[in-house]
Design a protein around this ligand. Structure first.
Ligand SMILES: C[S@@+](CC[C@H](N)C(=O)[O-])C[C@H]1O[C@@H](n2cnc3c(N)ncnc32)[C@H](O)[C@@H]1O
Length: 237
């Protein structure tokens, strides 16, 4: 904690809390920016005790919080739910920021086999939290259906793609978002690239690289310094 107090002192701030102004830095400029110290403090104090560092290491939690703080999405659609760590992280962030963002978290039905399916533990970290709606189904199809059924709202969603991390799945999910919700921001997990000798799955990395070759509307912020890796595709407001 001492280092944080020292940083506060030299920056002339008494507190370093996450609030709407943490995402407002240099809004008139062209680049993504948040108050890194406020985000760090929030991750340390509010998120780590609840979600730990697996599957999201510190730098990835920073990016997840920063995306919400800066982009202020009307909706968050995320898959898969698993036990609810990412859903809980988004919930805590929206609550701290006083945002009424609808959070929809989707996982596959129990009768579909998937190596990572959580079964009875699905979403237990967000149970009873009214702002988080849990759904069963395919992540992309379910999200698009929810959006189709809320036409009155001018949606600017954030999608968090963390389901099946195969190249073909991520390619399909990205193509579906770009076609049907072109104004959306997209955050993807498991995007680290390493050369073939590693034996790593680089499917998500390849799907993103292809999208960026074909589409020039996205700007990129990534945390790809090691596994699992996370990439944000964002657009100017
Ligand atoms: C790596 S886990 C997600 C981790 C989770 N976000 C967390 O915070 O702990 C992958 C999850 O995606 C689910 N899944 C796989 N394919 C999916 C799809 N097409 N739609 C929705 N969920 C999917 C799996 O059942 C599994 O629970």
């Amino acid at each position: 904690m001492k280092i944080i107090n020292w940083i506060n002192k030299i920056r002339g701030k008494k507190t370093l809390e996450l609030n709407r102004s943490s995402g407002e830095l240099n809004r008139i400029c062209g680049e993504f920016e948040v108050d890194n110290w406020a985000v760090s403090r929030f991750v340390m104090d509010r998120l780590l005790p609840v979600v730990g560092i697996h599957p999201f290491p510190l730098n990835e939690q920073m990016l997840m919080v920063a995306a919400v703080c800066r982009l202020q999405p009307t909706h968050i659609f995320e898959w898969g739910t698993n036990i609810g760590k990412s859903a809980r992280l988004f919930y805590e962030t929206c609550t701290a920021l006083g945002m009424a963002t609808e959070i929809h978290s989707i996982d596959l039905p129990d009768d579909i086999e998937h190596a990572e399916h959580p079964h009875a533990k699905r979403g237990y970290l967000v149970r009873g939290m009214a702002q988080v709606k849990l759904h069963l189904g395919d992540g992309l199809d379910t999200s698009l259906e929810i959006l189709r059924n809320s036409p009155e709202m001018k949606a600017r969603p954030l999608f968090f793609v963390d389901g099946d991390h195969g190249y073909t799945s991520v390619q399909r999910e990205l193509a579906g978002i770009v076609e049907h919700v072109p104004q959306a921001h997209i955050l993807l997990h498991d995007t680290f690239y390493q050369s073939d000798e590693s034996g790593y799955n680089t499917g998500p990395y390849r799907a993103i690289a292809e999208l960026l070759r074909d589409c020039d509307q996205y700007r990129v912020v990534s945390q790809n310094i090691g596994l699992p890796g996370m990439t944000l595709l964002w657009q100017s407001q």
